[in-house]
Design a protein around this ligand. Structure first.
Ligand code: PLP
Length: 435
């Protein structure tokens, strides 16, 4: 079982001769001892590998200019942002803080775009002042609001419009974004998107250069991307608008368990590249810059969460309940999406019979369950365990529930450990300290 589950961890994860789990040559049991748990680690090599894979696929399947912009919402910190910038990525930000960190980390303004369904005046002005590549306008209301701000600043804004194609994708309902009732984007079917294009083109304060759509996250099918691109291009055509940039979002999925799809991102990039090429060629339009916005695909597999086992007990239906020292404060995904995870012992390989086990957190909610009813080896107090595919939408959605400090986060390269996030402490201050 160990061997198979290891494939969900960062590339090159292995067991040492002494049975410890190793990533990039680092002994996770030793890291847990040194840094304490809960502990999160990112394997730099896996992040780079994912980025390079998409780069290579874009080169293979798309002849026009292209850009990969990392969706910062999946995981961001100053250290991580610096590494992403060094890898030549662009960045998709959704808040003033993400934009400020991107700037501090050295991202070129021309590789940044700002998303959000309710951007504040402060955020829009910061985007204008820094001169980011594009603000992705999300609604007619926002278009008018932003136009006034641009006029007040006497600065013409480069924009994309986010279009909602009305397509439902096969994923958890809460991470679908392109459906008819979505809070995001200009709906296509009722004419809002066409109206947005008309008004943006008519405004002296906007330079409309592109169209965007994002369908949802943790997707393994290509057809919705194909349909979306066709819809965006037919809208552009009807609106007499020639986009020079096109972005069909991010969304490609990753494996959290051995049951998850093994479909490769090749299907995604190939479909998107070919569809954009065909749709533009058919109209005799020059190929646009194709922008992809992956978050989960870049960050998830590289990240691992590491916990120490505390209490164990058997409940009335015979399930063994193993409590670890983290839980819903650092990983809310199982509680809100019913997300499934896998687990390996860090300090020894699995041995003996497996039992029906739930891994629970330490927080005061019965829903604080990281893994429900899985077949897992016997575990005892002080065992150290690791959960793969923990790099995206975990720390990024973490909280201080029960006043839990956010954990230490490390960036691992062979022979080096860099701290991306320092464990919060009461002494370090925060909202709980008052003024
Ligand atoms: C506009 C936009 N682009 C890109 C992404 C990244 O999606 P994923 O992490 O699934 O690739 C998101 C995620 O919600 C998004 O809202």
């Amino acid at each position: 079982m160990d061997d198979e589950v290891i494939s969900l961890f960062p590339l090159g994860t292995e067991r040492s001769a002494s049975g410890h789990l190793m990533i990039a040559g680092h002994d996770l049991a030793q890291l847990a001892k040194t840094w304490g748990t809960p502990l999160y680690v990112f394997d730099a090599g896996t992040v780079r590998n994912q980025v390079n894979k998409i780069k290579q696929l874009l080169t293979q399947y798309y002849a026009g200019p292209n850009e990969i912009t990392y969706a910062a919402k999946s995981y961001f910190s100053l250290g991580a942002a610096r590494h992403m910038a060094e890898m030549g990525l662009g960045v998709d930000v959704v808040s003033l803080a993400e934009m400020s960190i991107a700037r501090k980390a050295g991202f070129d303004a021309d590789k940044v775009h700002l998303h959000g369904n309710n951007k504040s005046e402060e955020e829009l002005l910061a985007a204008l002042d820094w001169g980011i590549h594009a603000v992705v306008v999300d609604s007619l209301d926002e278009l008018l609001f932003f136009e006034k701000l641009a006029e007040k600043r006497k600065k013409k804004a480069r924009i994309w419009l986010r279009v909602t194609p009305g397509i439902e994708v096969d994923t958890h309902p809460d991470i679908q974004t392109g459906h008819l009732t979505s809070k995001f984007g200009f709906l296509l079917s009722d004419g809002q998107a066409a109206e947005g294009i008309r008004r943006a083109q008519a405004s002296p304060w906007f330079d409309l250069v592109g169209l965007h759509a994002h369908l949802g996250s943790q997707l393994f099918e290509a057809e919705p991307y194909l349909d979306t691109i066709e819809m965006l291009l037919s809208l552009a055509d009807r609106s007499h608008f020639l986009p020079i940039e096109i972005c069909p979002g991010g969304g490609w999925g990753v494996r959290y368990t051995l049951e998850d799809s093994t479909e490769s991102p090749e299907l995604w990039v190939k479909t998107v590249g070919k569809t954009v090429s065909e749709q533009f060629a058919r109209r005799g339009w020059p190929l646009p810059k194709l922008v992809l916005e992956p978050g989960r695909y870049i960050a998830a597999q590289a990240g691992v969460s590491i916990y120490t086992v505390g209490t164990t007990k058997v409940v009335s239906d015979g399930t063994t309940v193993v409590a670890v020292d983290g839980g819903m404060a650092d990983n809310i995904r199982p509680a809100i999406y019913g997300s499934k995870y896998s687990l390996l012992l860090v300090n020894r390989p699995a041995s003996g019979t497996q039992r029906r086990t739930s891994i629970v957190g330490k927080f005061c909610e019965s829903g604080d369950i990281l893994i429900s009813n899985a077949q897992l080896p016997e575990m005892h107090r002080d065992d150290v365990v690791a959960m793969p595919a923990s790099g995206a939408y975990q720390l990024a959605m973490s909280s201080n529930y029960n006043m839990a400090p956010r954990p230490t986060v490390l960036w691992l390269t062979p022979g080096n450990v860099e701290m991306l996030q320092k464990r919060e402490t009461l002494d370090a201050g925060g909202w709980w300290m008052g003024a």
